[in-house]
Design a protein around this ligand. Structure first.
Ligand SMILES: Cc1cc2nc3c(=O)[nH]c(=O)nc-3n(C[C@H](O)[C@H](O)[C@H](O)COP(=O)(O)O)c2cc1C
Length: 184
């Protein structure tokens, strides 16, 4: 059983990445093989909208580092996306990743693979809190439309500095829960 982690935070001491690693370690303790991709350190381009994938059975024409990620996702049992909240939504790296999954829309390669989101934001109070949750719901819907089976969407709040999550047992516990549930 392979669980793939996708980190879309560019920063060192990323809270969402710390939670992702915790979830992956939990999955590993339950027998999973795990891998993490730090998209900010990879050569990844945005979707070119050339429809090559539509005419070529879901193959993306871009010969970049996301090709390895596609392979890993196809082999996997589940995928965990970690994202900071930027300007009320997922990070730009997460959006590039999601757009690049367009090639999987018409093929059946991710059918019923499990999927979870771990997001981290600074704000602790509505109204920001509410509309960000709505945006994460939309992101979850997109993954489900590709074929993934949604497991968890966890929004970690009040993380306004690097590694802030390390002092928050409740949030680290949520990461453990994500790792436990995705391996069920
Ligand atoms: C460009 C940018 C935009 C941000 N926008 C928001 C926001 O809309 N709402 C919020 O609560 N925090 C916002 N933040 C704070 C981050 O979401 C917060 O620090 C989060 O924990 C970062 O996750 P990371 O540590 O995994 O990178 C923003 C930070 C940056 C750098």
């Amino acid at each position: 059983m392979k669980i793939v982690g996708i980190n879309t935070s560019p920063r060192k001491g990323s809270n969402s990445r710390i939670a992702l690693v915790k979830a992956l370690k939990t999955a590993k303790s339950k027998g999973a093989d795990t891998v993490i991709y730090d998209l900010n350190d990879m050569n990844i381009r945005t979707c070119q909208a050339d429809n090559y994938c539509v005419d070529n059975n879901g193959k993306c024409i871009l010969d970049d580092d996301l090709q390895d990620v596609y392979k890993s996702i196809v082999e996997s049992y589940g995928v965990i996306l970690a994202t900071p909240i930027y300007m009320g939504n997922v990070s730009s790296l997460a959006k590039i990743f999601i757009d690049r999954l367009h090639c999987l829309l018409r093929v059946d390669t991710v059918r019923d693979k499990k999927f979870s989101i771990i997001a981290s934001q600074a704000a602790i109070e509505p109204p920001m809190y509410e509309y960000i949750k709505n945006n994460l719901d939309i992101t979850s819907d997109i993954f489900q439309s590709i074929g993934f089976e949604l497991e968890d969407v966890v929004l970690l709040i009040g993380n306004d500095s690097e590694e802030a999550i390390l002092n928050k047992k409740d949030q680290l516990d949520k990461a453990v829960m994500v790792g436990n549930k995705i391996t069920r």
